[in-house]
Ligand binder design. Sequence first.
Ligand code: HEM
Length: 523
Amino acid sequence: MPILGPLEALKSRTTLENITILRSLGPRYLLSAPFFGLIILISYLAWLSSASAPVVKGPVAGYRSFLEPTCLLRLRFVFNAVKIMNDGYYKFKDTSYVVRRMDTDVTVLALKYLDELRKSGLNQLNATHANIHNVLGGYTNLNEMKFNDQFIKVISHHLNPNINEFMKYMQDELSFSIKVDTPNFEGHEWKSVDIHTLLRRIISRLASRMMLGLPSCRDETMVSITESHTICIFAVTLILRRFPPILHPFVSLLIPHRWRIWRNIRETKKILQPILEDHLAADSSGNTGHRSTEPKSLLKWMMENAKPHQKTLHALVSTQLAVTVAAVYTSSQVTSHLLVFLSQNPQYITELREEVANSTDDIENIDPSKLHKMEACLSETLRLNPPLTNAPQRRAMQDVTLKDGVVIPKGALVAFPCTPSSMDPSIYPDPQQFMPFRNENIASPVTTPTRNQLAFGWGSQACPGRFVAAKEIKVVAARLLMEYDIEVAPGTDKMRRYYDIEDLRVLNPSIRLLMRRRAPACL
Ligand code: HEM
């Protein structure tokens, strides 16, 4: 029998005949690269089609036709998540619907359930478990946070009540950062600035100061860990989600960002070890002083309030890095978006500068609670560009039955349509339009989550860091607007402003702003 190419042979036979043909072809074809390639492709598509999870009963959003295979829908979700969420939102307005991510299914609950879920207990619908599940905690070293909520408690019970005093330290750090991190502007010249890299640096310094206090926060290794850690976590997560879980142990070893996570942990341990030792020594001698000279810092509060099993280097490092993940990417993205919007709509900058000028005589000590227009502007920025586009998310820790009988099965991942609802024209007229003072007459529009503004989450598990985030972003934006003229760099206004990668919204990294120092008299 003449030997046909394997595909030609397979096409013309029944399954039994195919098996006989494959056997007769012998190891030459069976071991050939194309054959293995085909098997891998088929197995991959089979995994993609079946990668499901418990969901609330409801329609699936996003299929372009009944012929579209599920694997294609999952692949499209990577870059079309927001569009698919929108389709579901308008098609099934009062119903929950399912979206298919590459690694799992997520139920998007109708907004009418928000009130009911406001106070859902941690043993019912849990935000931390959802977040850690999403970032594959086992591979990003965040799993421990599922059982250690100290990072949330310290922010809620210590940072938030001391927030005004804290802002003084943050502004001191901002002055330092402006001095050392902004480009060297000669005279009145314009410079092209990669605004997101600059803001990530500034926000990382502020976050380090918040967490460690002086002098440890100025350790450049710590600042660069703070700057890079979240990117590494997201890179590992986004790569691994493309692979079946069975391959994660192998694939994860090949990802350089995972090596960087390990290195960050090692380096953070070296930095925190002497501080913890000082603290423990002071503890045993009844002396309260320790190496960090700042009267208040998250690390100090963590050490002072830790239960004995949490007073270990390992627990402190995990907590420190978990706060970094929550605090840096989100705030730096939002501040960058805000400045890009303003540079594209310079007519609003004068009003904002006037507000800052009227609120203080000392630009290094701004009172953010007086910046109402800036707050409205920030809330509009969050509406248009929430860093997490389908927040808030919860993991069902047990079967949860809602009042109308809908059951959220144990293990289900549920989300709310944060982005579609904030772009709904029946709620926000002209939703695509950046109207910075849209929410000017609402009290605390940023820190009070509403059913149509979910960028900071919702209910008792909403972002505990939102109060400090709002103040920090307002102060950073105010300071940069007062000290610099800002314009869009040529070509930038024609660029896409952001990319959506699954549920992350990322400012286009090619965007540049032109900046120049303002004359001191303008401050
Ligand atoms: C613009 C900046 C920020 C945004 C948009 C943001 C957004 C969010 C969202 C959507 C959640 C989930 C809430 C929910 O599920 O209901 C969250 C949780 C959290 N955020 Fe923020 N956040 C920001 C800044 C910060 C900052 C500065 C901190 C630290 C000071 C922080 C600390 C946390 C913590 C500890 C959690 C809880 C995480 C968990 O439960 O696993 N966030 N944030």
